[in-house]
Design a protein around this ligand. Structure first.
Ligand SMILES: [Zn+2]
Length: 463
């Protein structure tokens, strides 16, 4: 076929490398199980423009600790079957053959987690069940990787999918976290179909829909095509949900999708994490569908790994604030490499993603230190609103500093070490949301507003 297997890890490496212009990438297993891959692993063996996963055999590489997937058990599942152009996914029919349910079994709450590559923006990772992933205007989704979570031990349930890639048609099916779509992240998807595999598909339906020509298609399920293919209409949004067999699909949650035409700002928190303060900020973000960027100190990463993992899973970005809060302008190039490199590795050990942003402690940098930051493929992020929360430790002052100045494109500096900062965040996050600001990560803000280059410094991203 000329189509080689490629793992989700390679997808991530490719996309991250494309996004950041660097080879930096995680080298350890994570919640999503993205395992070690150098940049471009296996790509030279891939046919141009497309890739697919023709068997379930490699799925273990990308399996998460929370999802338990099965290889095509029962019912003659076509686990080596490439799906031909225009063919229907096989498992819809086969699912009905093996729909034997045990009336005494109470199915667990299973969810689907979606990762998409968005042209010009990079990855939206691990997006929760029935939550929209949305590309900016003039952009589109180029690849998908899907996983189930909540499958109980010993139960057999997996997810398979095929995507229709512009100019290539339906690609071979992929399963359980494997990437499916444009290999170089530049070609749009036009259609998708998803189906469940394994004995327990008798208890569940997989629902999904896409955003095309500015409107959502509405939910379809179990192998049906979503998206109008072959007419030049690109997929700009995607959502998936697992429901009990025959149950109504949930309401689409568009809460975390960025609308590029509306105001957006980046809340940033330095010097943490700290279990209680970071936890309170994450609660407020989760309740309001917002995200923030945490510039963590490397020496605090291992003891606060749970906070970092939760932040990552909520779609927040983890940035690098050096290992021991050193002023990079006072360090040698080797010293900077060590402070930033160690921290990148520690964060990658937790989230699977190596930070691409750093914030200079104290805000100090010079051209030499920026050069080293750039060599590491990283950008330096300053701020446009300094709350000075670390100094006055007064929640009301922090709130006033933000609300009296805030404008579209701001980067707001706070610190997730002080109780007063948590209090301020708990007020500001719903209030800024109410005022129409989308709370996005620095990388999201940057990519919707002109992008980032390694070794450059940014303090705001105005429209
Ligand atoms: Zn600091």
């Amino acid at each position: 076929m000329g189509i080689k297997r490629i793992s989700a890890a390679a997808l991530m490496a490719v996309c991250l490398a494309a996004l950041s212009g660097t080879a930096a990438f995680a080298s350890s297993a994570t919640d999503l199980g993205y395992v070690d891959s150098g940049p471009g692993v296996g790509l030279e063996e891939t046919s141009p423009g497309v890739y697919g996963e023709s068997t379930l055999g490699d799925a273990g590489m990308a399996q998460g600790g929370t999802s338990q997937n099965v290889q095509g058990t029962g019912g003659g599942q076509a686990d080596d079957g490439l799906i031909g152009h225009g063919e229907t996914a096989p498992s819809q029919q086969e699912g009905q053959q093996q729909a034997q349910t045990d009336p005494a079994y109470e199915p667990a709450a299973v969810e689907v987690r979606s990762t998409a590559n968005i042209y010009g923006l990079g990855l939206r990772q691990d997006v929760p069940d029935h939550t929209a992933i949305k590309a900016p205007q003039n952009s589109f989704i180029t690849a998908l990787a899907l996983n189930l979570s909540g499958v109980p031990e010993g139960r057999e349930l997996g997810i398979s999918y095929s995507v229709n890639l512009s100019g290539s048609g339906w690609l071979p099916e992929a399963s359980n976290g494997m990437g499916a779509g444009s290999q170089d992240g530049t070609t749009p998807l036009e259609g998708v179909k998803l189906w469940l595999t394994g004995q327990d598909q008798a208890y569940y339906d997989i629902c999904y829909q896409v955003l095309q020509n500015g409107s959502w298609t509405g939910w379809v399920r179990n192998g049906a095509e979503a998206g109008n293919v072959g007419v030049g209409a690109f997929i700009q949004g995607f959502a998936a949900a697992v429901v009990r067999k025959g149950a109504e699909a949930p309401e689409l949650n568009e809460g975390t999708a960025v609308d590029p035409s509306k105001p957006m700002i980046a809340l940033t928190f330095d010097d943490g994490p700290s279990a209680s303060v970071t936890g309170r900020i994450l609660n407020a973000l989760e309740q309001n569908g917002g995200r923030a960027t945490f510039f963590v100190v490397g020496s605090r990463v291992q003891s606060n790994a749970a906070s970092i993992l939760r932040a990552h899973q909520l779609g927040c970005e983890i940035g690098n604030h050096t290992y021991s809060h050193k002023y990079i302008s006072k360090l040698s190039a080797d010293g900077i490499r060590s402070e930033l490199g160690t921290t990148n590795q520690l964060v990658a050990n937790v989230t699977g993603v190596s930070p691409v942003l750093m914030r200079p402690p104290g805000g100090f940098y010079d051209s030499a230190s920026l050069g080293t930051v750039g060599e590491l493929g990283m950008s330096a992020i300053m701020w446009s609103i300094d709350t000075r929360d670390w100094q006055h430790r007064n929640a009301q002052k922090t709130i006033d500093n933000v609300l009296s100045q805030v404008k579209d494109g701001d980067i707001i500096l706070m610190h997730d070490l002080y109780t007063a900062s948590a209090e301020a965040a708990e007020y500001l996050i719903p209030e800024l949301t109410r005022r129409g600001y989308q709370l996005v990560t620095v990388s999201e803000l940057a990519m919707y507003r002109g992008g980032l280059a390694p070794g450059h410094v940014y303090s705001r991203f105005r429209p």
